[in-house]
Structures are given as structure tokens and as C-alpha cells.
Design a protein around this ligand. Sequence first.
Ligand code: HSE
Length: 346
Amino acid sequence: MTLRLAILGFGTVGQGFVEILLRKREFLAREFGAVFSVVAIADLAKGSLYHPDGLDLGAVLNALKTTGDLSHYPDVPGLVRGLDSLATIRTTTADTIIEATFTNVEDGQPGLDHCREALTLGKNVVTTNKGPIALKLQELQSLAHQSGVRILYEGTVMSGTPVIRLAATALAGNRIEGVRGILNGTSNYILTRMQEGSTFRDALAEAQKLGYAEADPTNDVDGYDAQYKVMILAQALFGAEILRQDVACTGIRSITREAVQEALREGGRYKLVASLERTVDGLRGRVQPEILPEEDPLAGISGATNALTFRGDLSGSVTVVGAGAGRVETGYALLADCLSLIRGQI
Ligand code: HSE
């Protein structure tokens, strides 16, 4: 089966995805009968390309390497340049939109309109963009249902480490009573480095340099990135839409190196814990720093690694540990969702 893709947003994640498609082309065709034709790429800063017969991905990456944008892609017959994101959704032959534009934690735009438009026009959406999913997943799923297409978003939480699909497949049949996790790599990196003697400021600068932090790191250190992931998990795992103001959120900004080290001397580890619990009053979501005892499965998660513990009524506690960000890891989440589209699986 062939998927005809348009990629919106060609930053680290979009590029990581294209690199994977190039590297794995033969393997994907042989193992899954999956052929990926990227017919369009649109990026506000790098420009846009559309060719109904598919773009040459090697030439795309070469153009990017040469000038940092898409202007040096060869002018082959039939190539169209300059379509914006909405025109790319509306006028190209893509059947699946890869929405990888930046996360906006206020109103989800422009990603939200991209998703709405694509689904209304009967195109699948695969996204790593947390904004539209945290705010409007149920609306988007209902649009997808009306149009007979799908919206998949594994990469919005823990990048390519499968948590959403795991709950829907391998953990099916359980009643999930609650989840607790480390869902923001930047804050966990900072807390780990403070445990090792670094200051908050130095550790944050390192996390930015290593590419873990959001464009505005306030979203990481004040807990908003984890808060959005809690909103996504509420819908994905519990079928419940919760509002941002209903997820109590405290970040790590006020935690000092001294406090982290004192906790360590007493056998505890400071972690920014994101959680969802079923209570008699409904689902309760929360993001807050906690001092965890050494034996807690989340206590030993260090650096930018993420983890999520599911508490199922039948499975008991199951903890998944893995990457929460990264070029290849998040690009892989897009691939896993595309394969699920091709194979007609969850
Ligand atoms: N800034 C995020 C983090 C990236 O640090 O976890 C992945 O959402």
C-alpha cells in the first residue's frame, strides 16, 4: 500500500522522519508492503515543495544541507513551490498529513486548523504536535470518524516510546486506575544534574544545548509541557477531556540544588511527577515535584529519559521507560503511526 504524505513543519522532527523513510525504504517495502511517497513539504521558514509524483527525499536533504532551506531543490518539471500549509492540505494529492509544526500551548494554532482542515477533507492526520491533541482530541476524532479517516498521535507523549498504543493494545482488558510518570525530559535532566552538583541555570542551559527543551523552556520548567501530556493521556487512556485549569501544575523552578541534595542524602529523589488518578469525584490530573523513595520505579529514571507507570486492575503496575524526545525517536513515532494506518491497526 502507498501512503501519499504531506509534511507540515520541517524542523527536527520532520527531518528525522524523512531520514528514516530514506534509510528504511527497502525494509518497509519488503516487510510491510509499505511505500511512502512524500508529495509535499511546507515550512514557514524553509519554504515549500509539491510534486504529485513524489519528492526526491535525498535531494530534499541535500538542499537543506546546502542552504538550510528548500530553495536548492532541483526545478524538475511539475514541481510547485510556495504553497502554504493550508493550500498544501487543500490542493495536493496527499492522503495523509504529517502535522509537525510547533506546539502552541495556548490555543493549539496553527496546528489545530491544519488538523481540522485535513480531517474535514478526508485526509488522515499523523501528528507530534501536542497543542491540538491536548485541547481538541475529541473534536478531531469525531471529524475523522465523519470522514472515514484517522488521527494518530503516539509521538505527542514520550516520542517513539509506545504508551498510547501500548494501553490500547497490550494492556487492553484492564481498567486503568491511574498513571504516574516522568513526562518532561528537560526537567528530569535539570533535577538529575542538580543532584550531581549543577545549578539550575547551568543545567537548563545544558538541556537547551542538547535540544531537549521547548523553544520557550518555561513550558518545561513550569510544568506546562507535562500538563499538556496529562491532558492528552486523560483523553487517550480514560476517554475524558480535562481542562488545563483542572490539571494542578507546579514546576521545578523553585527547587534548589541544596534541596535536591538534601533529599538525596536522606535516600529520596526529587522528580517532576505527572499523574492521573480515578477518584470518587472523577479523574484527577496533576503535575508536581515529589520526593520519591529509592524503591519507586520512577526514582531511578535519570537524565532526559521519560517513564510512565500504568496501574491496571488486572496487570498490576507496568512501567515503560524510554526516550521522551529526540530527532530519530520522535520521527520513529510518526513512522509507527503511518504503519498502523497502512496495516489498519490501532
Ligand atoms: N521539551 C520536551 C521535554 C520535549 O523536555 O520532554 C518533548 O515533548
